[in-house]
Design a protein around this ligand. Structure first.
Ligand code: 13P
Length: 341
């Protein structure tokens, strides 16, 4: 294992003033998103939409890496440049989603385990040849009155650790994503209890599988009140409680925490990240690895006229700029009115 290369890549992924674009929706998910705005989902429409973000002039000022789906990693821009090559030449790290999705966990009703370990070593080798320098694997943990179970947390943590070890052996930095869903009526206290338990188990498994913590990026949820909870935590409370919890359970050797947006509004996702970055003295970089909070706005703009990319690119760059500002604690709501098309 080349420790230095892994550490350098991980640090570049969380470098100052930048964050990660998660454009790795599976074809099924991307089809839902495209059809919701009236666009037929084909390999070509998916290529054109992802392509407009990847070729947006100036994206590299705010984006350190892009997570792609297998299909996109093998596609090319209009001028025929393969997307991984295009990104690398702009100074953006190409990444790849390698899990094959969350599947029902046998014996545990309503719980899932993320699959994709079979043949992963060979796939990682091919992805590295295609230019991928980091990968993503998302475990999904739901909260309910009888969930999550220890069985579900344990199975998902074990798979995450096995994936991370295989990535590092292939010279690829693993994004370790244990997502605790914020759907439900639970309080922020319950969100904290579950998230802490999940992260303790994940880091225990990472240690057992001999994963180099300096060569990973953690991609967790923020601690929020469940979306249907009548009492919603304020922005500052979310920031303070998230960091207080993570100080207890995330080792300082981890170079960076790149949060997922998880269905928050675009503005909330930026405001929460901003509030966290205004709290000094954290051992890790705090940045974003957003999907919906970066992609929803350009998709809406593109849907209005798919023959044109300028408005969609402006909408994408605007979200990237807002979140990059939040990543250094310089986001203000007033920025939301500064979209320059
Ligand atoms: P969201 O930011 O939309 O939660 O997506 C991030 C992601 O990559 C989930 O795996």
């Amino acid at each position: 294992m080349n420790r230095t290369a892994l550490e350098e890549t991980a640090q570049a992924m969380v470098s100052e003033g930048k964050g990660i674009l998660a454009a790795d929706e599976s074809n099924a998910t991307m089809t839902k998103r495209l059809e919701a705005v009236g666009i037929e989902s084909t390999p070509e429409s998916r290529r054109r939409f992802r392509g407009l973000m990847l070729t947006a002039e100036g994206a590299a000022d705010h984006i350190s890496g892009v997570i792609m789906y297998d299909e996109t990693l093998r596609q090319a821009s209009d001028d025929g440049t393969p997307f991984p090559e295009l990104l690398a030449s702009a100074g953006i790290l190409p990444g790849i989603k390698v899990d094959t999705g969350a599947k029902p966990l046998a014996g545990f009703p309503r719980e899932t385990v993320t699959e994709g370990l079979d043949g992963l070593s060979a796939r990682l080798g091919r992805y590295h040849e295609l230019g991928a320098r980091f990968a993503k694997w998302r475990a999904v943990i739901g909260i309910g009155y009888d969930r999550p179970t220890r069985g579900c947390i344990g199975a998902n943590a074990h798979a995450l650790a096995r994936y991370a070890a295989l990535c590092q052996e292939a010279g690829i930095v693993p994004i370790v994503e244990p997502e605790v869903l914020m759907d439900g009526e639970h309080t922020i206290d319950r969100s904290e209890e579950v998230t802490a338990a999940v992260l303790r188990t994940v880091f225990g498994q990472l240690a057992e599988q001999r994963v180099l913590l300096e060569g990973i990026v953690l991609k967790p949820n923020m601690l929020l009140s469940g979306y249907d909870c009548p009492e919603q935590a304020r922005v500052e409370e979310v920031a303070e409680r998230t960091l207080a919890c993570y100080l207890r359970v995330v080792p300082a050797a981890v170079p960076g925490i790149a949060f997922l947006s998880g269905g928050q509004s675009d503005e909330r996702a930026a405001a929460h990240l901003n509030a966290m970055n205004r709290i000094a003295g954290m051992p890790w970089e705090l940045t974003f690895s957003y999907g919906r909070a970066l992609v929803a706005a350009p998709l809406k703009a593109w849907a209005a006229n798919t023959a044109e990319v300028a408005d969609a690119q402006a909408a994408f760059l605007h979200r990237a700029r807002c979140n990059a500002a939040a990543r250094i604690g310089e986001y203000a709501e007033s920025m939301e009115h500064e979209l320059v098309a």
